[in-house]
Design a protein around this ligand. Structure first.
Ligand code: ATP
Length: 664
């Protein structure tokens, strides 16, 4: 028995199919059923009604026309007049009914879209959150799949699939029904029209489907184009774009990239045009033939041809085809056209379903690896974290960033890591927090680890591990990969180089350090006090409730240094709630002289009892650490206290002297 949820089963089946003819309503309706069963009932009922409505309207109006002559002859009070009034009433009812179908369809579409989009987006978020690290978020294949599954690149969203499918089906059914009505009058015209329209539709739809699927291959180009569009329209880059006069360049790059992506689809479009032109001639011939037959019947002797069918009404023009039949059949030819027209719903369906395989593909791609450990890391480390021969290389890079780092971080002490730009300091603390895992000699030659143990192409090494010679990180003697990654990451509180600016209140921005303790107000205030952020809050218009995002009502932005203090407060709040490792990546880079001096004075208090790793180019910040390491050429070359390293006269001493003499 399958253990997959209905939503996963639905998307799995969707993923296996090529959109278009094989992108059946089953796929679309399963998507809908996974999010709302009542909506399935509504959509099915609406489809049936929409399929019947056009033919019913035409038949009802034909009956009205057919009844007019007799009613005019015998008066409205006569039985014929009564028949006309009934026909008129029915025609009005049917017409009114057909008019309300469109808004009902729109309402159903909106409801279905929001439910399905919510469910699919939830799955996408869960999928990208699955891997232990963050390397996959830099992987072009993952980003392509994500963009297609979200639908933003094409403007066609999977959430639209069920109702667009239902709309396309209803249109087609109404066309078939039209053919049946014509066939009742003249079977071979009806059958001929049906065959013609089915062929025409298949020919044109094949080209539409090809276009949609080809577009999948152009996702990277489209992402590049939209990157420039976003760059030019977001506040983050707006200042530089103005100062450097980059506006025209950004717009030009968007135009070039977008144009290139569109041009590469021109062949598909030409094929579509050719097919449409070819089928136009077939349609012209078929419809002309049908008109000639109906016209011939209309001119023929009374009681012959179509009139003899008794299809609708009995009113006669004098000779030939009955008036009601003529009034029904001519507009019915237009209704039959729906059997062959490729509507916007068909096009939308092809595009929306083209993105569905990527939802499933992403989940499979980022599925948890078997080597991900399950041991609880709460309270670690109690003794020490030891890095042994840790190596790391970024994907596509020629050489290792870390080439065998050996380092011991004793619990409850502070260690500073210094080194030139690009030495690998941030990379090292990323490994420590398991945002990435050590690696570099794996089968794919340095590819990143996705979820730990999975190479970018989704394959695994035979033993389920992909760490071959990448070294290891031991936490109290246990390989960090044996620890439950989420639990270990919660032991690490981090002040990154560029902290996240959450569009939330000042209070929440600090409390997000331990989101399950949002109501620990005392803890938030204490962390802010220790980090020097409380003084900033005192200047905010609504104090702790001030929203820290200018785009929000009453919101403000902070300065770089103020954000940095806030980030420290957030990390300290995390340490209050269990994190025992504090990683500070350039914690004073944005602070003013007083702020830096203040940090120096508070350093011991801030790091007390924590296993601290501090990265900084400012020696006033690093010299307070219990131990200082120099990272050079991918390995630790020096280690000691500030005084020891200065006395040793090595790289550290030279770097320190260079910085000190500038202030001498
Ligand atoms: N996501 C990435 N993909 C590829 N290469 C990267 C990535 N991040 C960093 N690198 C490269 O890895 C090397 C080490 O970068 P890292 O950020 O660890 O250095 P750092 O010592 O922290 O530098 P800085 O002092 O400038 O902050 C650099 O050469 C950098 O270009």
């Amino acid at each position: 028995m399958s253990t997959l949820s209905p939503a996963r089963q639905a998307a799995r089946s969707a993923a296996g199919a090529v959109p278009g003819e094989r992108a059946t309503g089953r796929q679309a309706m399963r998507l809908l059923a996974a999010s709302s069963r009542p909506l399935v009932v509504g959509v099915v009922a609406w489809t049936v009604a929409s399929a019947l409505a056009p033919a019913l309207v035409v038949v009802a109006l034909g009956a009205v026309v057919g009844a007019v002559t007799a009613a005019a002859q015998h008066g409205l009070g006569s039985a014929d007049g009564h028949r006309l009034l009934v026909a008129l009433g029915l025609a009005a009812l049917v017409y009114a009914f057909s008019l309300v179908l469109e808004p009902i369809g729109t309402a159903l579409g909106t409801a279905a879209r929001s439910r399905i989009t919510g469910a699919l987006q939830g799955r996408l978020l869960a999928a990208v959150a699955t891997p232990v690290g963050t390397g996959h978020l830099e992987d072009p294949d993952v980003l392509d799949r994500l963009a297609r599954a979200e639908g933003g690149l094409t403007g066609f969203f999977p959430g639209d699939a069920p109702v667009t499918w239902a709309g396309a089906l209803a249109t087609r059914l109404s066309g078939y029904l039209g053919c049946v009505v014509v066939a009742v009058a003249n079977w071979w015209i009806g059958l001929g029209l049906l065959v013609m329209w089915v062929l025409v539709r298949r020919i044109v739809l094949a080209a539409v489907v090809r276009q949609a699927t080809e577009h999948r291959g152009r996702t990277t180009a489209m992402r590049r184009a939209w990157y420039f569009a976003a760059l030019g329209s977001k506040a983050a880059a707006a200042k530089e774009i103005r100062v450097f006069g980059l506006g025209p360049w950004v717009a030009g790059r968007f135009g070039d990239e977008f144009g290139a992506a569109i041009r590469s689809g021109a062949a598909g479009l030409r094929s579509l045009h050719r097919r449409a032109a070819g089928t136009f001639l077939v349609v012209l011939a078929g419809t002309t033939a049908a008109l000639l037959v109906i016209g011939g019947d209309a001119r023929g002797p009374a009681g012959t041809g179509l009139t003899g069918t008794g299809l609708v009404g009995t009113g006669q023009i004098g000779t030939g085809l009955g008036l009601a039949a003529l009034a029904t059949l001519l507009p019915m030819l237009a209704v039959t056209m729906s059997a062959g027209t490729v509507t916007f719903d068909d096009i939308t369906l092809a595009w929306t379903l083209a993105g569905l395989p990527d939802v499933d593909g992403l989940e499979a791609r980022l599925a948890p690896a078997p080597m991900t450990g399950a041991r609880d890391a709460t309270g670690l480390p109690r003794g020490a974290i030891r890095l042994e021969g840790v190596r790391f290389r970024y994907p596509g890079q020629e050489s290792d960033v870390l080439a065998g780092v050996d380092l011991e971080l004793r619990a409850g002490t502070s260690t500073a890591i210094v080194g030139v730009n690009g030495a690998g300091k941030t990379t090292l603390v990323g490994l420590l927090s398991r945002l990435r895992d050590p690696g570099g000699d794996g089968p794919a030659d340095g590819d990143p680890i996705l979820g730990g143990g999975r190479t970018p192409d989704g394959s695994r090494t035979p033993d389920g591990s992909r760490i071959l010679g990448g070294g290891r990180i031991l936490v109290d003697g246990t390989d960090a990969r044996e620890l439950d990654p989420a639990s270990w990451q919660r032991q690490v509180a981090m002040v990154p180089q560029a902290p996240v600016h959450y569009p939330a209140s000042a209070y929440d921005n600090v409390a997000f350090g331990a989101p399950e303790h949002l109501d620990d107000r005392e803890g938030v205030l204490a962390a802010a006090e220790r980090a020097g952020f409380a003084a900033v809050v005192a200047t905010l218009p609504a104090g702790w409730d001030t929203m820290l995002a200018r785009e929000l009502p009453g919101g403000v932005d902070l300065s770089g240094g103020q954000w940095q203090r806030l980030a420290l407060a957030r990390a300290l709040f995390a340490t209050r709630h269990g994190a025992g490792v504090l990683v500070l990546d350039e914690p004073t880079a944005a602070l003013d002289v007083r702020g830096e001096a203040d940090f120096y004075d508070r350093f011991l208090g801030i790091t007390e009892g924590l296993t601290t790793v501090v990265i900084s180019h400012r020696f006033s910040t690093v010299r307070r650490a219990d131990s200082i390491c120099v990272l050079d050429g991918g390995v630790i070359t020096e280690r000691g206290t500030h005084d020891e390293l200065v006395a040793a006269g090595g790289t550290y001493a030279r770097m320190y002297a260079l910085q000190a003499e500038r202030f001498a």
